[in-house]
Design a protein around this ligand. Structure first.
Ligand code: HEM
Length: 90
């Protein structure tokens, strides 16, 4: 049996910017989250949250609020795991 998680590559991730009808995905600690449902609730505002969209937001997130429990808050928004391009389909 394979992993239950979607394997998200960098080329998939960079399309998920929250624009052009796409959801806003980010990587935090190697896991990929869909931040779109959380956008209206982010205390720092939507534009700030979208700075992490379509890319690995781990460092940015950690620079701003390392105390925030994103794993708990975004548990229902987990999309999958972030993998290298060449692992796609494996
Ligand atoms: C607050 C930016 C991602 C949850 C803030 C604030 C900023 C910010 C600037 C401060 C707002 C203020 O005090 O006026 C960002 C950026 C993100 C990001 C650039 C991109 C990665 C997230 C994520 C979550 C989150 C993914 C949760 C899943 C929160 C919470 C606060 C906050 C709970 C309030 C924290 C506190 O006051 O202690 N954010 N954020 N943020 N953000 Fe984010």
């Amino acid at each position: 049996a394979g992993s239950p998680y979607l394997r998200v590559t960098p080329s998939m991730l960079k399309k998920m910017t929250g624009r052009k009808g796409k959801d806003a995905w980010t990587v935090l600690g190697g896991k990929v989250y869909n931040m779109s449902p959380y956008l209206p609730f982010h205390p720092g505002g939507q534009p700030e949250l979208l700075r992490g969209a379509g890319r690995d937001g781990t460092r940015l997130f950690g620079e701003i609020h390392p105390w925030v429990n994103y794993e708990g808050m975004l548990a229902a928004c987990l999309v999958g795991i972030f993998v290298a391009e060449e692992e796609e389909g494996s």
